[in-house]
Design a binder for this molecule. Structure first.
Ligand SMILES: Cc1cc2nc3c(=O)[nH]c(=O)nc-3n(C[C@H](O)[C@H](O)[C@H](O)COP(=O)(O)OP(=O)(O)OC[C@H]3O[C@@H](n4cnc5c(N)ncnc54)[C@H](O)[C@@H]3O)c2cc1C
Length: 557
C-alpha cells in the first residue's frame, strides 16, 4: 500500500497500540486491559505466539526449563498448565500461548496478519498514528513495541539462491505443515542455536547431510526428559519461590550461580564443579563460577573443559578439531543447548565443512559451491539467525519529535533509557529493548518485568494527567554510558556475536543487551519508578490547555 493510501485509510482510536503477539504482546494486552485501558495488538503473523509461531523447524524447543519459561501473572494458569517435558518443544509452547490467548479472552483485541510499517508522532497532542501494510490506521497515546529480539530472520548474502532448483528454508519461517527430508540430500548452513537443535533430527531423516559451519559454538547437553506427575507436582509447589529467586538472579534462571572464582579452587575441585553443572544439563553451566565472563584465565578453564567434552564425543579427531570453538571466549556467543548434536557427526552420512577453510562461494542450481567444489543437494536449510534486537524496530518507519526517525536516532547503534524508552519518542516503550538484559536472560522473566513496569508507568502518568512521558536525553546518555561500561568490563565484547550485531553486514558494532544482571537491573528500574520516574519528563501535552479551553468555551449558535 502506498504512503498516500495509508494516510487516507480510516483511523481507529485506542489508548494503547501493541505491536507483536508473542509472550510480550499477549502479556501487555492482558495487563493493560486489566487496568481499564483500551488496547489493540497488531501482529504480522496469522497466529499468536511470536517466536513459537514462526520457528517450527525440527528440534525447536526452549532451552530454559518449562517451569521457568512460563507466565507467572496468574496462579490459576500455572496450576492448570501441565508441561510435558523439562524443555518443551515448539509445538507445546505454541499450544501454551494459544491457550493463554483463549483463557484470558485476548483474541478480540488482536488483529492478526497486520504488519506495522510506520508509527508517526503527532507532537501537538502527543499521540501516535500507527499504519499497517494492510491499510489500517490506529491512533493511540501509548505505543508498545513487543516486536521481539529475534523476529527478523537473516539470510546470508550468497549469490545464486534464486537459481537453486531444490527447496530451501529458513529455520525461522518454517512451513506450518513441516518438511519431509526422507531420501533427500540436505545442506544446513549455520551452527548456532537453531542449527544445533535441528541438525540431529534432519540427519535422522535425510539420506545425507552436509553441515556448513562458519563459527563453531559451545553447546551443553540438555538432558531433557518427560516430567512425571511427581516432578510436576513438586515444580508447581515450588513455583512461586523459584520465580521469586529468578527475578533477583543474574540470568533469570533458577540454578544458583556459584560465587567462587574458577581460579580460587584446585584443579580437581574445578573439574568436579564443571562435571556437576554439565550433568545438570542446559544453561546452569553458565553459573559454574562467578568470574567466567570477566576473567580471561578463568574463562579458559571452561573452554578447555568443553573442548575435552567435544573430543570425547566425536569419533573422528579431525572432525572434533573443527567442532572446537576457538578465537573467542567461552560464553561470549550464546551458549547452546543440544540433544545429540556432537554425536550426529559420528554418522557416516553426515559431513562437516569448515567454511573458514573453504568459503561458501555461492548456490548453484544443483547445490552449494564451497571453495572449488560443488556439493549436490536436494534442499538447503538456512539456520543463519536473526537481525537481533533492533531488526524489527528498524524495519518500521518510526518517527518521533521533529519528524526524526528511530533509524536516524540509532544510526550509530541503539540508544535507550533502561532499554524501555527512547529520548525524542514520548509514549513509546520497547519490551526487552537494547540496553536491558533481554537476550542475556530468561526472556519470560524479563518480559514480565518490563510489561509490569510499563503498565505501572502508564497508570502513574494517567493518574497525573501527564500525557507526555518521555526519557530525557541526559538520563539516556548516562544509561548508555553505564551499559557500555558494564559490557566493557566483561569478555562479551571480545566475540563477533549477534549481541554486537556482527552477523549483519553494515550494522553498527555495539554490544546491545545489558550485562549487569536481571536482579540489579530490576532494582534500578524499581528505583527509577519509586523516585517518580526519575529520568523521564512527565508533563501535560502542549495542546491540552487549548483543548480544555475549547471544551469549556460557550457554544455560540
Ligand atoms: C528458536 C528460538 C528459541 C528460543 N529459546 C529461548 C529460550 O529457551 N529461552 C529464552 O529466554 N528465550 C528464547 N528465545 C528468545 C525468544 O524470542 C523469547 O524467549 C520470547 O519468545 C520473545 O517473546 P516476544 O513476545 O518478546 O517476541 P516474539 O516472540 O519474537 O514476538 C514478536 C512478534 O512481533 C511480531 N512483529 C514484529 N514486527 C512486527 C511488525 N512490524 N508488525 C506486526 N508484527 C510484528 C512478530 O511477527 C512476532 O510474532 C528463543 C528464540 C528463538 C528464535
Amino acid at each position: 500500500m502506498t504512503q498516500d493510501a495509508q494516510q487516507q485509510a480510516p483511523q481507529q482510536e485506542v489508548d494503547v497500540v501493541v505491536v507483536g503477539a508473542g509472550f510480550a504482546g499477549l502479556h501487555a494486552l492482558h495487563e493493560l486491559r486489566g487496568r481499564g485501558l483500551s488496547v489493540r495488538v497488531l501482529e504480522a503473523g496469522h497466529g499468536v505466539g511470536g517466536t513459537w509461531y514462526w520457528n517450527r523447524y525440527p528440534g525447536a524447543r526452549c532451552d530454559v526449563e518449562s517451569t521457568d519459561y512460563q507466565f507467572s501473572f496468574s496462579e490459576d494458569l500455572v496450576r492448570e498448565w501441565r508441561w510435558s517435558e523439562r524443555y518443551p518443544r515448539q509445538e507445546e509452547l505454541l499450544r501454551y500461548l494459544d491457550h493463554v490467548a483463549d483463557r484470558f479472552d485476548l483474541r478480540r483485541d488482536i488483529s492478526l496478519g497486520r504488519r506495522v510499517v510506520s508509527a508517526v508522532l503527532e507532537e501537538e497532542d502527543v499521540t501516535w498514528t500507527v499504519a499497517t501494510e494492510q491499510g489500517e490506521r490506529w491512533r493511540a497515546r501509548w505505543l508498545i513495541m513487543a516486536t521481539g529480539c529475534l523476529s527478523v530472520p537473516r539470510l546470508p548474502l550468497v549469490p545464486g539462491l534464486e537459481d537453486f532448483r531444490g527447496d530451501w528454508y529458513h529455520t525461522a519461517s518454517w512451513p506450518a505443515d513441516g518438511v519431509d527430508f526422507t531420501g533427500e540430500r540436505v545442506a544446513v548452513v549455520g551452527t548456532g542455536s537453531s542449527g544445533i537443535q535441528s541438525i540431529p533430527l534432519i540427519a535422522e531423516q535425510a539420506a545425507g547431510l552436509l553441515v556448513l559451519q562458519r563459527t563453531a559454538n559451545y553447546s551443553v547437553p540438555a538432558f531433557n526428559h518427560e516430567l512425571g506427575e511427581e516432578e510436576l507436582e513438586r515444580l508447581q509447589q515450588d513455583f512461586a519461590a523459584r520465580r521469586e529467586f529468578t527475578r533477583s538472579s543474574a540470568l533469570g534462571l533458577a540454578a544458583p550461580a556459584d560465587p567462587r572464582s574458577a581460579l580460587a579452587v584446585s584443579e580437581e575441585e574445578r573439574r568436579t564443579q564443571y562435571e556437576t553443572r554439565w550433568r545438570m544439563g542446559g544453561l546452569p553451566m553458565i553459573g559454574a563460577f562467578a568470574d567466567l565472563m570477566v576473567d580471561r584465565a578463568a574463562n579458559e578453564t571452561a573452554a578447555a573443559f568443553f573442548h575435552d567434552k567435544i573430543r570425547a564425543k566425536v569419533d573422528d579427531p579431525e572432525t572434533a578439531e573443527k567442532l572446537l570453538p576457538r578465537g573467542y571466549p567461552w560464553g561470549a556467543k550464546r551458549v547452546c543447548v543440544d540433544s545429540g548434536y556432537y554425536e550426529t557427526f559420528n554418522r557416516s552420512d553426515v559431513t562437516l565443512i569448515d567454511l573458514n577453510e573453504q568459503p561458501l562461494r555461492g548456490i548453484t542450481p544443483r547445490g552449494v559451491l564451497v571453495g572449488e567444489t560443488e556439493h549436490e543437494v536436494d534442499a538447503i536449510v538456512f539456520a543463519t539467525g536473526f537481525d537481533a534486537m533492533t531488526g524489527a524496530l528498524m524495519a518500521i518507519d518510526i518517527r518521533g519529535r521533529d519528524g526524526r526517525s528511530l533509524r536516524q536516532a540509532w544510526s550509530a547503534g541503539p540508544k535507550t533509557y533502561l532499554g524501555l524508552a527512547v529520548a525524542g519518542f514520548p509514549g513509546l516503550f520497547t519490551v526487552t529493548g537494547p540496553g536491558s538484559p533481554s537476550v542475556l536472560s530468561n526472556m519470560v522473566v524479563s518480559i514480565e518485568q518490563h510489561v509490569e513496569w510499563i503498565a505501572d508507568a502508564i497508570s502513574w502518568s494517567r493518574e497525573r494527567g501527564t500525557e507526555v512521558f518521555e526519557a530525557t536525553q541526559e538520563a539516556q546518555e548516562a544509561w548508555v554510558e553505564h551499559v557500555n561500561a558494564v559490557a566493557d568490563s566483561t569478555l562479551f565484547t571480545e566475540a563477533n556475536s549477534w549481541y554486537l550485531g556482527a552477523n549483519v553486514p553494515g550494522k553498527p558494532r555495539v554490544f546491545m543487551p545489558y550485562a549487569g544482571g536481571v536482579g540489579a537491573y530490576r532494582q534500578k528500574c524499581d528505583e527509577v519508578a519509586a523516585a517518580g520516574y526519575e529520568g523521564f519528563r512527565a508533563v501535560p501535552a502542549p495542546g491540552a490547555e487549548r483543548r480544555r479551553a475549547d471544551r469549556s468555551a460557550p457554544v455560540v449558535a
